[in-house]
Design a protein around this ligand. Sequence first.
Ligand code: ADP
Ligand code: MG
Length: 238
Amino acid sequence: MSGVCLEGIVKFYGALEVVRGIDLEVREKEFVVLVGPSGCGKSTTLRMIAGLEEISGGTLKIGERVVNRVAPKDRDVAMVFQNYALYPHLSVAENIAFGLRIRRTPKDEIKKSVADVAEVLGLTPYLERRPSDLSGGQRQRVAMGRAIVRRPDVFLFDEPLSNLDAKLRTQMRAEVKRLHNRLGVTSIYVTHDQVEAMTLADRIVVMNNGMIEQIGAPMDLFNNPANTFVAGFIGSPP
Ligand code: ADP
Ligand code: MG
């Protein structure tokens, strides 16, 4: 298990500075939620942590290791997206196994890992089905299964529930929480849903325009917002 440490992280796209000096220390096993308006740099920040986007400046550590130049596959992070792309021609079991297969894991080890993950996510009865025969919530679980089967040190979520309807979103939110409690994986979770942030987070990070406005436990931010921006984002009743 590892924490994640961002020191003065900056991202330029050409001349445009979209992440403008982020300092954040995510502790081991902590669940940190990033919130902020569209375009403020949440996804870019996650993508830099995952290694999917080059870091323009600053230092990124996962555990004790500086990973600025480490390839995504060597970082021990897994990312769950909003648009989970499952392979339609593969079964649930094969979809979950996919993350392992590219690493040449032995066959019986794959089988065991897939069975464990399916059990955790309540997917055991569906292992032989195709994605097209699953509900939206089940598909999202398969996407999560594919991420956790690798047993990453760090979990990154980019608005994973925003495509689901309200009822399913509430249900999956509880699922994410349960999964985190069970696996205890350090997690960074992006959402624009205030209730989601308040219920999932150990600490919430409020971003605005490529910078952090405030970091704190949900009730701290709620009761003591640092400025009107944070108050507007967190302080209003859900
Ligand atoms: P958020 O996830 O908070 O909505 P993003 O991190 O996706 O924000 O985007 C932050 C800013 O960076 C936005 O202004 C967006 O238009 C810009 N941006 C994101 N990706 C690229 C890219 N590949 N090239 C140029 N600009 C980008
Ligand atoms: Mg985004």
